[in-house]
Design a binder for this molecule. Structure first.
Ligand SMILES: [Zn+2]
Length: 261
């Protein structure tokens, strides 16, 4: 019979307080997929594990298999993401990533590629990359690794070649739609600029270090965000709640220009 306790490297995607002092953690583990665990007594001031039971905590957790929920029995920190937690834009981006990761995974189904993407995204938020850029890289690679890669190389509707012109963007069709198909469509489609299409292709085919060389101005950044958010919402079949916080922060009058270095 398998051992009752096991160790799992994981990132806490979300938490739910339960009863007087307990908390349920949704953990995205590197090796066992998404796991729900109960942290008993974690909200008591004396709890030695309290620091590990927060959203975005990255640790090696010791867990005991339970009938319904596994039980947290120990933890060793791997990353505290201290700088990330000091900045609202970074926190909002990290919540956005955690929310989408939660929605894109099923309990106990292997999800190592998603774990690696979450870890990569949080690490780059922590070292100071622009949150919106990290989110766009995350959006595309998450879609790719969960089987929903947007079609960027041919028309998603007719399969025809794409001209270097303003094409359309159609989450329902699964990606870029050509000029001819836009002309035939009754309701029209959101416009996808040439540079947005090129940026999407580049981001999708690049690891983070290469992608970070891309220069993105504010208008392009907004276009990419609009298109990828629509695509993700179509795939997830519901609104992304944490995107609302990102929108509210973006409306605060303190923006500097968005460039990626
Ligand atoms: Zn077409």
């Amino acid at each position: 019979m398998a051992s009752r306790t096991y160790r799992a490297e994981a990132i806490v995607l979300k938490t739910l307080d339960l009863g007087e002092a307990d908390r349920i953690l949704t953990l995205l583990t590197r090796h066992f997929g998404k796991v729900k665990a109960i942290a008993k007594g974690i909200r008591r001031p004396t709890s030695r594990l309290a620091g590990y039971a927060e959203p975005l905590s990255h640790a090696t957790f010791q867990l005991a298999r339970g009938r319904e929920l596994d039980v947290l029995t120990g933890a060793e920190s791997r990353s505290t993401y201290r700088l990330l937690r000091e900045d609202l834009d970074r926190i909002a981006a990290a919540w956005y990533i955690a929310e989408i990761a939660d929605r894109s995974t099923a309990e106990h189904a292997p999800a190592a590629p998603v774990f690696e993407l979450v870890e990569t995204a949080l690490r780059h938020l922590e070292v100071g990359h622009i949150p919106s850029f990290v989110c766009r890289w995350w959006d595309l690679h998450l879609l790719d690794r969960t089987g929903f890669r947007p079609e960027l190389l041919a028309c998603a509707r007719c399969g025809g070649a794409l001209r270097e012109a303003t094409n359309g963007w159609s989450p329902l069709d699964g990606g870029v739609v050509c000029v001819e198909c836009i002309d035939r469509s009754i309701s029209g489609l959101p416009a996808l600029s040439v540079r947005a299409l090129k940026s999407l292709r580049y981001l999708l085919s690049s690891d983070f270090a290469a992608a970070a060389k891309l220069r993105i101005d504010a208008a392009l950044e907004q276009e990419l965000e609009r298109h990828l958010r629509a695509f993700l919402q179509n795939v997830l079949d519901r609104e992304i709640a944490s995107a609302r916080l990102i929108d509210e922060l973006a409306r605060l009058p303190r923006r500097s220009s968005v460039t990626v270095s």
